[in-house]
Design a protein around this ligand. Structure first.
Ligand code: ATR
Length: 292
């Protein structure tokens, strides 16, 4: 019997990465012969590892922290999103030998937002909290979607200003402004979508997990609140959002939908996202229960 078609994720470190659980569940549910593994690849070995995957018959790779920006230069082509975001989270190995770099972080977020709320950032006032890699993807996507205004707020204001400038260069029609946390109340005032991309609320550190990236009384009551943090699935931010009457878009869905977009490119088949979401929640419960 031939070996399964290899898929995988390159990250550093790689021990905590959950994407094998998602993609292997999809393969099992669909009865497709793919096998997905996590590989710990040091930054110095990234190019060699990507070339190795190509000659070993990989169909695709997920690229995660800290390689998303660095890997772009090894691609033969970049998708529009990867080019605008300046980062690659998915590689497709084409049959002709070409390596195509994609970025599904923005589209995964947008598709899950639409699925959960039926809403779209077009014509909306939006706020992104944080200025790292996840912020970059979602901010570009919000700008591409035609939000009327996008504010980026971050503890280190220089990074938010830099990201706002980056987004305005990528999407010249967008109105974006960056800053620190001192005027967070006015930045949030009247917002229709707030996205947390900071690590505040994340499990692993009790104080961090108990912290919200924005005070509860700053959250407009008819706003949509989306969190990039997925462990725990119900973060303090999302609990505060629910209490404020806001709609919530969980990080677990964002994680599954960015994986689903990659899966579709590799296999041509839709990921069974409901089954994959179930296995993700089971895995997170185990992790929270045994290590929390
Ligand atoms: P990712 O690539 O996943 O977005 P990252 O680049 O490490 O991750 O970004 C983490 C974000 O969380 C940053 O915006 C960071 O703010 P700084 O740029 O000021 O470091 C934010 N962050 C982390 N810890 C924080 C804290 N205690 N308070 C406020 N923001 C925090």
């Amino acid at each position: 019997m031939p070996n399964p078609i290899p898929l995988g994720v390159f990250g550093f470190p790689a021990g905590h990465i959950l994407s094998p659980v998602l993609h292997n569940k999809a393969a099992e549910e669909l009865g497709l012969d793919y096998h997905y593994l996590a590989y710990e690849v040091r930054p110095d070995n990234l190019e060699e590892a990507v070339r190795g995957a190509k000659v070993m018959g990989f169909r695709g790779l997920t690229i995660t922290i800290p390689h998303k920006v660095a890997v772009a230069k090894f691609m033969d082509e970049l998708s529009e999103d990867a080019r605008l975001m300046g980062a690659v989270n998915t590689i497709v190995f084409e049959e002709n030998g070409n390596l195509i770099g994609h970025n599904t972080d923005g589209i995964g977020w947008l598709q899950f937002l639409r699925e959960t709320t039926g809403e779209h950032p077009r014509g909306k006032k939006c706020l992104v909290l944080g200025a790292g890699g996840a912020a970059r993807a979602v901010a570009v996507k919000i700008a591409q979607c035609g939000a009327t205004h996008l504010a980026i707020r971050n503890r280190t204001s220089a990074k938010a200003l830099e990201l706002a400038h980056f987004v305005e260069k990528s999407v010249p029609s967008a109105k974006v402004e960056g800053g620190g946390l001192d005027d967070l109340y006015s930045a949030a005032d009247g917002c229709e979508i707030i996205v947390n991309t900071t690590s505040l609320g994340m499990w692993g550190d009790a104080e961090r997990m108990a912290t919200t990236p924005i005070p509860e009384d700053f959250i407009p009551n008819d706003c949509i609140c989306s969190d990039a943090v997925y462990i725990p699935p119900d973060t303090e931010f999302l609990k505060a959002a629910i209490r404020s009457g806001a709609k919530v878009v969980r990080g677990t869905g964002w994680l599954v939908y960015q994986a689903a977009a990659a899966w579709k490119m590799w296999t041509g088949v839709d990921m069974p996202t409901d089954k994959v979401m179930e296995v993700l929640h089971e895995t997170l419960e185990l992790r929270l229960g045994t290590e929390g």
